[in-house]
Design a protein around this ligand. Structure first.
Ligand code: GLY
Length: 617
């Protein structure tokens, strides 16, 4: 399989290892006051003088197609501009499912729900009925933002000790499985914010499942790689082996394959989410996972619900940023990084993002900003329904200014210089966005964690069950599948949700969505979403340019700066020799989807790293 897909959608082995001479226009301003006051959101007011001065410049600096501050980012000739709506998912047919529903008169939420269900069939290793997710919605008409949390959670009878014994327990098999939230989440979104009947939005997914779809390069590469890994355990994971891995004989690209999930989708279309959470599917899930060590009960499934959370908001570069609060760490980390960049631009940075110069100094500063955010993620973040997460402090200007002061512009520092907490010595995700001409948008990230999740497949309907329990801190100091070291704040507890990195984000200006973005790829979601948003909002790139541009990633620990190959060639040496970073080449860092609404129309892009393709009309 492509090395990149292996890195990001495989059962990732622990990851191996700007002085902004910035114009006032970068400063944020409280465009969002009314909305924030109504929702009692933690609005971050910036320094009022620079904010006021910034207003005029910001309004003038609205991104347009012609504004391409990055000289290397020529407008791709093949970039389509749509006039009504655009959808970006990581499978072309998933994007088309969204457009099909929009053409039938559906709204952006109808489209997102159709995409979410379609992806269960099209990218079964990444997300689906047995997983969970987060959805951020911007409703331009009512000027309201909604954050839906349908993340998986631990069963009521969970025991920490069971996980402390062996690392693999949280990765494969019954103990790996969190109570799925996907079906409840999508049905809730549709019922409350959509406009079409469930059976209608399920049509594309059902058609793909029953009539079959051709396997693309990504699927063939990934399933071959998974088959190689699963072969020694084929008897234990017989559902996966037979229903998704073709018993090791993965057919070539272009082979049309149906999905075993057709029956479940049909039942959901007829009876709603209870078809999944009560009755034969629920019974089959419980029987399977309990035969492999889980204590999940029918009540855990029946009581699974969706939580509507206040959207996390801030201002950046003239946009209102809407993103996901805990149990995602993504939104907090994204705002923390943007705030530090903002503080640096006000003070001592010497990169002018408006001029679009992205050199080794920019990547050094970006890495430093990421190291601070990931160090704080490790210490403070967990499910805020169970532990106190200092969201306000972490996303405040004053905190960002303190961290900005600690950044050395000429040199990176050892891990103890970031955060307070040092651990003791002792791609299975998907993102999609929908945007329309009226300024409504959905950014949605869904997951079953690593490729094919727990490798357990519910036998009656072929539902791939997640391994989200590995996103918890399973034992002190033990890294998870993505190499993340986390604290007690993210310890396993009954009904608690494991900390996520998913960062579905919408940027709003003058009450209308301008950009939507997010990513898949574990902790690299946060750094990739940050870079795509900066590419669009600060470097004037189109979504296609923004998602294609090479990326970096630093997650504090391991203390290694990952660079995609183009950046390694160009900046690897100076970042290592001049700034002191331990650098390592990565074949691909996350898969991002993005969409934008510009003066001349709508654009959307799916990451070529995962063979997606956007659609619109
Ligand atoms: N399972 C990936 C995440 O939620 O961060």
């Amino acid at each position: 399989m492509a090395a990149w897909a292996e890195d990001h959608f495989g059962d990732a082995a622990p990851v191996k290892p700007v002085v902004l001479e910035f114009s006032m226009s970068s400063r944020r301003k409280p465009l969002f006051q009314k909305f924030a006051a109504r929702q009692q959101l933690p609005l971050l007011f910036r320094r009022s003088l620079s904010g006021l001065l910034a207003v005029g410049a910001l309004l003038l600096s609205l991104p347009t197609e012609s504004r391409s501050a990055d000289p290397s980012a020529a407008t791709p000739a093949d970039e389509t501009v749509w006039q009504h709506a655009a959808v970006a998912a990581d499978h072309p047919l998933a994007s088309q499912a969204g457009v099909e529903v929009l053409r039938r008169g559906g709204n952006v939420v109808d489209a997102a729900v159709a995409v979410g269900f379609a992806l269960s069939v099209l990218r079964p290793a990444s997300s689906g009925l047995g997983g969970g997710g987060f959805m951020v919605i911007w409703d331009a008409k009512q000027q309201r933002a909604i954050a839906l949390d349908y993340r998986e959670r631990a069963p009521l009878a969970v025991s920490r000790e069971a996980y402390a014994a062996a690392a693999d327990e949280s990765r494969k098999g019954g103990l790996a499985v969190g109570v799925p939230g996907h079906v409840r989440g999508l049905c809730h979104a549709l019922e409350k914010y959509g406009s079409l009947p469930l059976a209608e939005v399920l049509k594309p997914a059902l058609r793909y499942a029953t009539q079959g779809v051709p396997l693309d390069d990504h699927e063939v590469a990934l399933r071959k790689s998974q088959a190689k890994r699963a072969e020694p355990d084929a008897d234990r994971f017989v559902g996966l082996w037979q229903q998704y891995l073709f018993e090791g004989n993965v057919p070539p690209v272009g082979t049309r394959v149906t999905s075993p999930q057709g029956r479940a989708l049909q039942l959901i279309a007829e009876h709603g989410s209870d078809a999944f959470y009560r009755g034969e599917i629920a019974a089959a899930i419980v029987k399977l996972v309990c035969s492999r060590g889980s204590e999940m009960t029918l009540d855990d499934l029946a009581q699974m619900d969706v939580v509507e959370r206040p959207v996390l908001t801030s201002q950046y570069s003239g946009f209102d940023v809407l993103t996901m609060p805990p149990p995602s760490s993504g939104g907090v980390a994204l705002l923390e990084t943007l705030n530090i960049l903002d503080a640096l631009e006000d003070g001592k940075l010497c990169i002018d993002l408006n001029r679009g110069r992205r050199d080794e100094h920019y990547y050094h500063v970006l890495a430093e900003v990421m190291k601070h955010a990931f160090a704080d993620r490790a210490e403070f973040l967990g499910d805020a329904d169970f532990v106190d997460v200092p969201v306000k402090r972490l996303t405040s200007d004053s905190y960002a200014e303190k961290l900005a002061d600690r950044i050395q512009l000429d040199r990176t520092q050892p891990p103890e210089a970031y955060g307070r907490f040092l651990p003791k010595d002792d791609a299975g995700t998907t993102h999609f966005c929908v945007i329309d001409v009226a300024g409504n948008a959905v950014a949605c990230t869904e997951t079953i964690n690593t490729s094919f999740g727990s490798w357990l497949v519910e036998p009656t309907c072929g539902i791939v069950l997640n391994n989200e329990m590995d996103d918890f801190t399973t034992a002190a100091g033990r890294p998870n599948a993505f190499g993340l070291i986390q604290s007690e704040a993210n310890a396993i507890a009954p009904r608690k949700k494991p900390l996520s990195s998913m960062t579905p984000t919408i940027l709003v200006k003058d009450g209308k969505a301008v950009f939507a973005a997010g990513a898949s790829g574990g902790p690299r979601i946060i750094s990739a979403t940050l870079q795509v948003l900066l590419n669009m909002s600060r470097f004037g790139m189109t979504p296609q340019q923004a998602v294609r541009a090479p990326r970096i990633h630093h997650q504090w620990l391991p203390n290694t700066l990952l660079l995609e190959s183009e950046l390694m060639t160009e900046f690897g040496k100076p970042l290592q020799e001049k700034y002191g970073h331990a650098v390592s080449k990565s074949s691909g860092l996350a898969a991002t989807q993005a969409a934008s609404r510009m003066a001349d129309g709508l654009r959307a892009a799916s990451d070529p790293r995962k063979h997606g393709q956007a659609a619109g009309f």
